[in-house]
Design a protein. Structure first.
Length: 221
């Protein structure tokens, strides 16, 4: 479970987050500049909140009052960005295993299982430079799955893909996240992705959160 009660002021943005997320995919939507990626960076440790606390699966990773601020690598979070950020000097196999070999993570999904779910067996010895956009995002997802001990964050992972690849990767995401008994935070502008993937959905506007009625959203599809 993720519990976050934090504040952050960045320029004109004043973010006030009071979130409790259980297992399953929580989709976060909002206009550009509403604070979606800021929230992800605050939870992951890339940014420091101005106040509050963040707890992941019972571990306090940030507490302003108690002076706790664990670095990103100690938080047990798998992160997939819009741009996949694979390490070019490593093979696909080495990229997927990086959170385990370099970060000492204890994955909830085994390497062989992640490879099978994501259809990566034929790509393992290739270099990232030879991958298509969809293949690279699958590798990034595999790496994140092996790094996700307490939380998986997917920040606009499909927006750079064409419709066919987006649909295929949504299939992979559905199958892969079914194996995780941890929260998944999926950030997107897409109503289609929300309707298809979300077990819960939130709208972020002007730094505040509003619950989205998924039943109503899906009935209008």
């Amino acid at each position: 479970m993720l519990r976050a009660r934090i504040t952050k002021k960045l320029g004109e943005l004043e973010l006030e987050a009071d979130l409790t997320l259980g297992s399953g995919i929580t989709v976060l939507r909002g206009e550009s500049g509403s604070g979606k990626s800021t929230l992800a960076n605050l939870i992951s440790g890339a940014l420091t909140p101005d106040s509050g606390e963040i707890e992941l699966e019972g571990l306090t990773v940030f507490s302003f009052g108690r002076g706790i601020n664990l670095p990103p690598e100690a938080r047990g979070i798998g992160f997939v960005f819009q741009e996949h950020r694979l390490l070019p000097h490593l093979t696909v196999r080495e990229n997927i295993m990086f959170p385990v070999t370099a970060g000492g993570r204890k994955p909830r999904v085994e390497f062989e299982e992640a490879v099978a779910i994501l259809g990566l067996a034929k790509l393992l010895e290739r270099s990232p430079s030879g991958l298509s956009g969809g293949e690279a995002q699958r590798v990034a997802l595999g790496r994140a799955l092996l790094g996700a001990e307490r939380l998986l964050i997917l920040d606009e992972p499909l927006s750079s893909l064409d419709p066919k690849r987006r649909s295929a990767l949504m299939d992979f995401i559905e199958r892969a996240t079914e194996r995780l008994d941890i929260p998944v935070l999926f950030i997107t502008h897409s109503e289609e992705e929300m309707r298809r993937l979300a077990s819960r959905a939130l709208l972020l506007s002007d730094g505040r959160f509003e619950e989205i009625d998924l039943g109503r959203a899906r009935s209008t599809n």
